[in-house]
Ligand binder design. Sequence first.
Ligand code: AMP
Length: 305
Amino acid sequence: MGLLIVGSIALDSVETPFDKVENALGGSTTYISLASSYFTYPIHIVGVVGEDFPAEYIEMLENHEIDTEGLQIIPGGKTFRWGGRYHYDLNVRDTLFTDLNVFENFDPIIPEKSKKNSFVLLGNIVPSLQNKVLDQLENPKFVVCDTMNLWIETTKDDLLDVLKRVDVLIINDSEARLLSNEPNLIKAAKIIQTLGPKYLIIKKGEHGALLFNDTTIFSAPAYPLENIYDPTGAGDSFAGGFIGYLHQTRDLSFENLKRAVIYGSALASFCVEQFSTKGIEYLDKLQIHDRFLEFRELSRFDDDE
Ligand code: AMP
């Protein structure tokens, strides 16, 4: 039973108040698969790049034991490019450009070996393609989905169809408000859960994340980092750590989902410490576990008896 990841693979040009990079490795699939590779195996990615995509990036993914059979390389095509600029307040980001290139005609074809019984992470792509992925699967074991404000605003009906078919939706606070038309996040979560997902995760950037089931809320802190260099991919790294841990443990209880949220938060915290994917390329399991324990200490307190 593998872990299937479908989303974007990109060359990103990113500016922060500290530095900038051009054509660095990015895309949701890239961050998700790298983050999950520290927990589990086999991981199958499905995506598209152009002929200009550096072979060394594919090699790096394969060195993390990520199966790239589902990666389509379009002869003569140009890879999807995205440009973003962060403000002094790193929570604020402007998209400078989105050049879809080969991504415009992306037709996700799921290899035979990933069609049955998979854990699935639907990265942030147009919801009609997320539906197309699900249509090809037989008896998926656990489906986690990410999305963004663009799809909530422009293709809401397709997104609502996807939501009926997923176990977990991961979104950020502003997306939750937009999707539910409700400013209060607790009320927003209740509304979103009526749309399909059994569990909902609302990420709140530097203020942590909330995990909801139908009766309980778990609040995870964010790791208090002094040096944040590039927030790009934090949400995807979170999703990768989350599903990677669940796929490793095969335990879908709410208690284990809480641990998965903390592992997701740990991977997100490593991601933002460096530009592009550098922060999650060279980790080891011990480092990740140590950060998991630090998270526990962050909000542990005793009662007064
Ligand atoms: P995040 O910081 O988690 O929102 O993810 C950033 C990644 O999303 C970047 O590496 C981009 O390449 C990718 N990205 C940006 N816009 C889109 C889009 N419209 N569709 C798919 N991926 C995108």
